[in-house]
Design a protein around this ligand. Structure first.
Ligand code: NAP
Length: 250
């Protein structure tokens, strides 16, 4: 692990990102908790970290907009120091729908929030981490989804395809920056207990589907956070361009 231990976690105000922020802080990282609009939940995560003696800042920024991403990374440069880890976690889901009923506006919103955002954050991270640019290397962990394998038919193929793009980004970038001292890996969670299923129009989706999960239950955000932390740590030092599935056997 880099000696400075500074991490940016996008979408860390709630769900998987919030659990990841708390885990990194408890392991000595200075944490940037990025969020889009829910300042209350982001502040609650920050308060929990501070109460445990951890170091963090909250930064509102819509990571689908390049100028906001640049501001996010500049704020971290200034307030926390040299970036060692980026976790591309922010993502959205729209109401369950068949493809024939999807509008261009909906599809584009999914792609810009889930794909463009990760590309833009990777760009800023690579600029700072690359050895040839004076950096000291680093780690990027992308949060994809089991949906990239299933395709999410009848629910959200647009979302699933956005996660397929994250898998491809992980593979391509990992090779592109390996000699720059940067590892790029990816986690692919299955059904995890967060607010996201309500955004898809079915808050009780996990209860409906849990019997098809071999482990017979949904996952907790903390279980995903552990995998993200392992991929960011030196314990996974020979892993790059890899996908870690956390889907209870699905
Ligand atoms: P969540 O509880 O809905 O939280 C999403 C977080 O992302 C929120 O903090 C939200 O900010 C932030 N966000 C969304 N768009 C953003 C943007 N453009 N800029 C900055 N922040 C943004 O979601 P989650 O379930 O924890 O999901 C986290 C990641 O895991 C996502 O990439 C998701 O696709 C993936 N995933 C989730 C599951 C699951 O079952 N939950 C399964 C597989 C993969 P605000 O709080 O300000 O709204």
């Amino acid at each position: 692990m880099s000696s400075e231990k500074v991490v940016i976690i996008t979408g860390a105000g709630r769900g998987i990102g919030a659990a990841t922020a708390k885990l990194f802080a408890s392991n000595g990282f200075s944490v940037c908790i990025n969020y889009k609009s829910n300042s209350q939940s982001a502040n609650e995560v920050a308060e929990a970290i501070t109460a445990q003696g951890g170091r963090c800042i909250t930064v509102q920024a819509d990571v689908s907009c390049e100028d906001e991403v640049i501001r996010l990374f500049s704020t971290v440069d200034e307030k926390l120091g040299r970036l060692s880890v980026l976790v591309n976690n922010a993502g959205i889901l729209k109401k369950q729908s068949r493809l024939v009923d999807m509008t261009a506006d909906r599809i584009n919103a999914i792609l810009v929030n889930n794909v463009t955002s990760s590309f833009l954050c990777c760009k800023e991270a690579v600029k700072r981490m690359s050895i040839s640019q004076g950096g000291k290397g680093g780690v990027i962990v992308n949060v994809s989804s089991g949906a990239s394998r299933s395709g999410s038919p009848n629910e959200y193929i647009d979302y699933a395809a956005s996660k397929g793009a994250i898998d491809t980004l992980t593979k391509g970038l990992s090779i592109e920056v390996a000699a720059e001292g940067i590892r790029v890996n990816c986690v692919r969670p299955g059904l995890i207990h967060t607010d996201m299923h309500a955004d898809g129009g079915e808050p009780e989706r996990i209860a409906r589907l849990k019997t098809i999960i071999p482990l017979q239950r949904g996952g907790q955000p903390e279980e995903v956070a552990e995998a993200i932390y392992w991929l960011a740590s030196d314990k996974s030092s020979f892993s790059t361009g890899n996908y870690l599935d956390l889907a209870g056997g699905l």
